[in-house]
Design a protein around this ligand. Structure first.
Ligand SMILES: [Zn+2]
Length: 317
């Protein structure tokens, strides 16, 4: 795997808008641009990118494959549901405690993404994710925690939960997952590092979970020097092995125009971390080169490999 960005995106697309207004985006140019950005990141020393794009964010495995075919970078894909607005209608009305009492249909679908591959591609997801920005977490978060815990039991992959770092629902999300039997060291609280509250971050780290300092460069949400101060304090407190660093960058995200995005997040890229943040981070007391190796290599490797059910041998591949 080598140096690994643990939480990025290739594309975040509003699929029905893209489908109905195809002039919004040029797919071929988008693939070329993503591959070019990943090649620049490879040249900067990075070797693996985890694409956290799941259902609800425009996941399109053939787009990912098209980019992967044009870059030396390893790409690991995720499965899961971006439940920021709750359970999508597809699954909202059927499941445990729903209008139609039934097994949760998401469990088999997400499991198959990991065991068989996504959409018939044979490309297997390496992690399962959901999202909750409600504080305290609501019923949809409870349902997703239960569903992904079952997926985790069946497959061994780690669970990533996109949290609300500002009000701070991370502790409750970890409690939901550990209550469902997921070991805390197999849980990533994504975006926790947007918080400037060290007490909250330390309490979260004390649960044993991993914390995503995974939005470097998204300075409109939190300044990078604040992220570095929080991160270094956690390292000095002995929590360095629980931290993942990344940028949550997308080569294309249609929530904003390219111009709007550049204005809001001028430093956002796949290489911002290694080119601009790490030199600053090294000035923090308690942080040295071995810390950076732990953050960028050891921690993501443990996240993606521990507990995995061995993949079947691909005969003739
Ligand atoms: Zn993300």
């Amino acid at each position: 795997m080598g140096p690994t960005l643990a939480h990025e995106h290739l594309f975040v697309l509003s699929q029905e808008f893209q489908h109905n207004y195809p002039f919004l985006w040029d797919r071929e140019r988008g693939v070329a641009e993503a591959a070019a950005q990943l090649e620049r990141a490879y040249d900067a020393g990075l070797r693996t990118v985890v694409d956290m794009t799941v259902i609800g964010q425009g996941r399109d495995i053939e787009l990912v494959r098209a980019v992967a075919d044009r870059t030396r970078m390893n790409i690991v894909v995720a499965t899961g549901v971006y439940t920021i607005d709750g359970i999508p209608p597809f699954a909202r009305f059927r499941g445990p405690g729903c209008l139609v009492e039934a097994p949760d249909p998401l469990i088999d679908l997400l499991t198959a993404d990991i065991t068989d591959g996504i959409a018939g591609s044979g490309i297997r997801a390496g992690v399962v994710k959901f999202a909750c920005e409600r504080t305290p977490p609501d019923d949809s978060a409870r349902r997703m925690a239960s569903a992904v815990a079952e997926v985790h039991r069946r497959t061994g992959v780690a669970v990533v939960v996109h949290c609300d770092p500002f009000e701070g629902n991370g502790l409750e999300l970890v409690a939901l997952l550990t209550g469902e039997g997921v070991a805390s060291d197999r849980v990533v609280v994504a975006h926790a590092g947007d918080s400037g509250d060290l007490d909250t971050l330390r309490a979260l780290a004390d649960t044993g979970c991993l914390l995503g300092f995974d939005r470097y460069g998204m300075t409109a949400l939190a300044p990078d020097d604040q992220r570095n101060r929080m991160l270094a304090a956690l390292v000095r407190a002995g929590h360095g092995h629980q931290i993942l660093v990344s940028q949550d960058h997308a080569s294309h995200i249609d929530y904003l125009t390219t111009e709007q995005r550049r204005e809001l997040f001028p430093d956002w890229s796949y290489t911002h971390l290694v080119e601009r943040v790490f030199p600053q981070l090294l000035r923090e007391p308690g942080v040295d080169e071995s810390t950076l190796t732990m953050l960028l290599e050891d921690n993501p490797r443990r996240l993606l490999t521990a507990g995995r059910v061995p993949a079947p041998l691909e005969v003739g591949a």
